[in-house]
Write a protein that binds this ligand. Structure first.
Ligand SMILES: Cc1cc2nc3c(=O)[nH]c(=O)nc-3n(C[C@H](O)[C@H](O)[C@H](O)COP(=O)(O)O)c2cc1C
Length: 222
């Protein structure tokens, strides 16, 4: 697939067909993605791929935590977005809820949508990215971001859809219960992956981006 076409056609997929993703396909995607550049070629990423019973156990464990009223406690600190960033977050939620037919007042449907994230959007597989806590955080987090995008783009070549997502790993103790990810690794992000269900309403979402003029400062040009 042409690289520009791939970048334009990638979008977050939040509803999947139940069909399993063959291990060989996931292996090929990750074999491509390992070519991602990293600071000083440190390659700080640690990749854990989960499916089947292991993934189901993580989903179940996450939901049990939610139902028990546990506060998510990811391995990384997070703070609420403010200003324009908060506005974009709200705009996204409004768009998704509209497509999904979820009204502001419908607490049950809103809760169910929240739970979907903690269930990796019911994807047949998920890729969990973690990193040794001893490495430089700033540069390594950039490296992890780079490999995440490479994985999502490479997945398109195999007809797969992805959603980069946080809720699935917000209870790291659950993830560690069912995977060998050690405490010395910081669990950073996950990617839900599978064959897109194009009838799923949220998959119809086309997100906006700021116009280039608002992003770029040109210096030294005539
Ligand atoms: C670091 C990161 C975390 C994200 N976490 C979530 C998430 O928790 N839930 C979700 O539905 N989407 C999540 N997304 C997807 C973004 O909402 C999505 O990329 C953005 O709205 C742009 O839409 P697009 O991916 O369809 O182009 C995340 C994306 C990134 C890069």
């Amino acid at each position: 697939m042409d690289i520009v076409k791939a970048i334009h056609s990638r979008k977050s997929i939040r509803g999947f067909k139940p069909d399993p993703v063959p291990k060989e396909v996931l292996r090929e995607i990750l074999d491509i993605a390992r070519r991602t550049p990293s600071a000083l070629n440190t390659q700080p990423w640690n990749i854990t791929v989960v499916t089947g019973e292991v993934l189901d156990n993580i989903r179940k464990g996450n939901i049990e935590m939610l139902v028990a009223g546990a506060e998510p406690n990811p391995d990384f600190p997070s703070k609420p977005y403010e200003g324009i960033y908060r506005q974009r977050q709200v705009d996204l939620a409004i768009q998704i809820f509209k497509l999904m037919g979820i009204t502001r007042e419908d607490k049950a449907k809103r809760a169910e949508w929240r739970e979907r994230g903690f269930r990796f959007f019911d994807a047949p597989a998920a890729i969990i990215l973690s990193m040794d806590r001893s490495v430089d955080k700033l540069l390594s987090h950039l490296d992890i971001g780079a490999i995440v995008q490479t994985i999502c783009l490479a997945a398109l070549n195999y007809g797969l859809g992805t959603c980069i997502e946080v809720p699935g790993i917000m209870f790291p103790e659950v993830v560690r219960q069912y995977t060998p990810i050690p405490e010395s690794n910081e669990i950073l992000i996950s990617i839900a992956i599978g064959y897109p269900d194009w009838d799923f309403p949220a998959n119809k979402l086309e997100t906006e981006r700021e116009p280039l003029e608002n992003l770029v400062t040109w210096c030294g040009f005539a």
